[in-house]
Design a binder for this molecule. Sequence first.
Ligand code: HEC
Ligand code: HEC
Length: 302
Amino acid sequence: MRSLTKASITALAIGLGLTVFSTLWPKEEYVSAKAEETDTAIPEPGTALYHAYQVAKELGPIPKFTCSDAVVIPITQNGVQVTEEVDWCDNPAVFGEPCDPTNRVGRYQGTYENGDPRPEVIFLTFCRDGGLGVIGHNSETGATAFFSIEEGGRSYGDVPGPNDPGYEKNWQPPAVVAADNCYKCHMADPWLHTPWIDQVRNPENPKESIIPYTADKTSPYYILGDGFDQPLPQPALDELKGNSCIKCHRVQCIPEFFNYELGDITTLTGPLQLHYTDKMADDLAALNAWCKAQDIQYFSGK
Ligand code: HEC
Ligand code: HEC
């Protein structure tokens, strides 16, 4: 356990960049008090806390996430909401258990250090199977961060944020998150729209899905943090030349183990109904073939 002297605090502040430092630990007394309780007073590269600092430089202060703030994603049968898991439902989840009524999605507005809102930065939480996954994205710069709690980690109630003792124990180190290859599903852009998750509305504008629409052909998207690969090489123009599936956004593959296939694209709702046209059938087939040929590994060891 380390105790922080004034000199080492200054060194730490310089090392981390004063902005990040002052965001995370507003007062010196607070620093010393917390340092007593935390064994990672100076986070080492590769740790969850170090990753949080790196991300905060690009996205601003990391909110204190908890599934208690998130909204249940409805499971319905013929329009009637159910509370027990069922074997069919109107809008199945695309990935994982299709009709599990306990999953939730939450949204946090990014801010500057002084607390002013930063409209281009959004963090979304996803609570499924006892886990808590987070994506943060700056739609102006494209900077994107993925986080996930440790297996069996705390996801409801007082989940430790980067200012709290216990952060390191609760959140996976970046190498473990990276091995989950989040970006190979979150591919065209960070956000995945599906009829199931789009049922939950943006608390600030109920006309919109809680999931932002940011994808176009050139919307910036890159991943923050050591050890994360960059998004898949998108096909060179001549590989899928003239294919309408890359007219509006980058390639989005949908692996066969999903609850829908790319061929079921007619199930997209709201603004995504534009996909509902037979005119794109050949392009869809060509895209499917391209996706299969990539032999993408979605999880480590698979
Ligand atoms: C195998 C594919 C796959 C992988 C890998 C994956 N996701 Fe997702 N994720 C999805 C799908 C599909 C949805 C949309 C919900 C649905 O219908 O299942 C989603 C939704 C989300 C959401 C809600 C916001 C949104 O874009 O809809 C978050 C947050 C999220 N995932 C985080 C993560 C993180 C963090 C990782 C890596 C640790 C990850 N995901 C890896 C498929 C995946
Ligand atoms: C006229 C424009 C347009 C065309 C053409 C188009 N899309 Fe989309 N598509 C969109 C928009 C807009 C979204 C929502 C983007 C976002 O996530 O911000 C979207 C979303 C998606 C999604 C949901 C996942 C996600 O990233 O949100 C899939 C899958 C998808 N498109 C596949 C396809 C396929 C396959 C084709 C070709 C058959 C195609 N698109 C052609 C505009 C288009």
